[in-house]
Design a protein around this ligand. Structure first.
Ligand code: SAM
Ligand code: SF4
Length: 435
């Protein structure tokens, strides 16, 4: 029996989920097991997100709740750690606003956390030592069918609304060989699908065996040689890094799923310029056209920000028109949130009621597109990879090649199986199949 218990909560993006799994690996390798509730733990790690104000503020209310648990525990036997991007951006502020926090560790330093707990150093941020971090992590599958693999981190693009270049540091790509070793470990543990992660995953330029820089298309083709690997996905991509080689791989590589998350943020050239996005609407549409030429069924997803400083009614109308032109299968949309230290921070000038009205209009359009898309599969057969049990008896949940959630009933265990199943109904957010 292990002596200690760790509880970890992940906020925000998949990169944080990946980091949280790596933190758990490090502690499971020591005298720790996982607690499902902070009350049962003696180490609580909050792996935080700084992308929007709401996400960052939630951390402080969670710390308040956890501090109540801490007060009922022996002082030496309960530690609170704030990790991730809020730790990186607000280290000193956390110390003064939340003195109950014992340790603060940034996203590029968490590999040092087990050692840090043995010292009196309470704060470790600033250093962007991605190379050292990845070399010091353990890579154990969380036990599922699908695993995230971080291949690229950080960003040099400096969109004027975004904190990522400040919290995650400059762009860094892991060497091809290290990535393959990590994937092989997961495959030997039963994983069938990997999802490459990066803040700008398609800017990947890791070093290959021959010492030369390799792009994402090369990496996809290389890992698809691994026989046990059945599916490959990648996210999040930036339009200006969508090279021809990558577009072509969508046609030639059968393990690469026909789904692409390609954030655009706005359908107005004026807003894109103000955002320092480095691409315009025409450029984005050209990429979509090329992708659809190579892989006509490719499913497209995106991110949008509404109410960016200076966004006029006309700019917003351009976004709605753009969505109508492209037809997304799913998309995420957010009200612009002012972030400290970013160039856009001081200009926020649109009333919140207007921002909310625009968000609601955009989301209903996107929801309608998603609903229509899902409906178009009813009656067809699709290849589904089943991942887990559902809430109901004999229910299983899987993913279609287009990344839709698919529910099905079966008396035999479907987990980890790839099956061709007939779609019998659809909702806004999912499909139902019979096997
Ligand atoms: N690198 C990706 C790209 O360039 O598209 C995006 C990564 S970011 C972690 C995820 C999404 O958060 C962005 O696409 C954007 O829509 C949203 N986001 C980032 N900063 C934001 C802000 N200040 N307010 C609202 N949404 C924001
Ligand atoms: Fe943020 Fe993406 Fe822009 Fe980089 S490219 S600054 S991660 S939105």
């Amino acid at each position: 029996m292990k002596k200690n218990k760790i509880f970890i909560k992940s906020y925000g993006c998949q990169m944080n989920v990946y980091d949280s799994n790596r933190i758990l690996d490090l502690f499971k390798n020591q005298d720790y097991e996982i607690a499902d509730d902070p009350k049962d733990a003696n180490l609580v790690v909050l792996n935080t997100c700084h992308i929007r104000e709401k996400a960052a503020e939630k951390v402080y209310s969670d710390i308040g709740r956890i501090n109540k648990i801490k007060k009922n525990k022996p002082r030496e036997n309960f530690k609170i750690v704030v990790a991730g991007c809020v730790a990186q951006a607000e280290g000193e502020e956390i110390k003064s606003r939340a003195p109950s926090v014992d340790f603060i560790v940034g996203p590029q330093s968490y590999h040092k956390l087990p050692d840090m707990l043995k010292t009196k150093d309470s704060i470790m941020t600033d250093e962007f030592t991605q190379n050292e971090k990845f070399k010091n992590l353990l890579y154990n599958s969380a036990g599922g069918v699908s695993e995230f693999v971080s291949i690229q981190e950080g960003c040099d693009k400096f969109c004027s609304f975004c904190v990522v270049p400040y919290t995650r540091g400059p762009e860094f790509s892991r060497p091809v060989n290290e990535i393959i070793i990590e994937i092989q470990k997961y495959l030997n543990q039963g994983v069938k699908e990997i999802i490459f992660l990066g803040q700008n995953v398609n800017a990947y330029h890791g070093i290959g065996k021959d010492g030369k820089s390799k792009d994402l298309a090369y990496l996809i083709n290389k890992v698809s040689e691994l026989e046990k690997l059945k599916r490959i996905r990648y996210m999040t991509s930036h339009p200006s890094d969508m090279r021809n080689s990558l577009i072509k791989v969508h046609k030639t590589n059968t393990k690469l799923m026909p789904f692409l998350h390609l954030p655009v943020q706005s359908g107005s050239d004026k807003v894109l310029k103000d955002m320092n996005r480095k691409h315009d609407v025409y450029f984005y549409k050209k990429i979509v056209e090329q992708l659809r030429n190579e892989r006509p069924d490719i499913a497209l997803s995106s991110d949008f920000i509404v109410g960016y400083p200076g966004e006029s009614d006309r700019d917003f109308d351009d976004t709605m028109k753009f969505v109508n032109d492209i037809n997304f299968v799913i998309a995420y949309s957010f009200i612009y949130s002012q972030r400290p230290g970013t160039p856009a921070q001081k200009k926020d000038n649109i009333p919140i009621s207007e921002k909310k009205a625009r968000l609601s209009a955009l989301q209903s359009l996107l929801k309608q597109q998603q609903k229509n898309y899902n409906k178009s599969f009813v009656g067809q057969k699709m290849e589904i990879l089943f991942e887990k049990k559902g809430r109901h008896k004999d229910q299983y949940i899987g993913r279609s090649v287009y990344n839709q959630s698919v529910f099905t009933k079966s008396e035999s265990n479907l987990i980890n199986k790839i099956t061709n199943a007939k779609i019998i109904s659809s909702t806004n957010f999912s499909l139902e199949s019979s096997v």
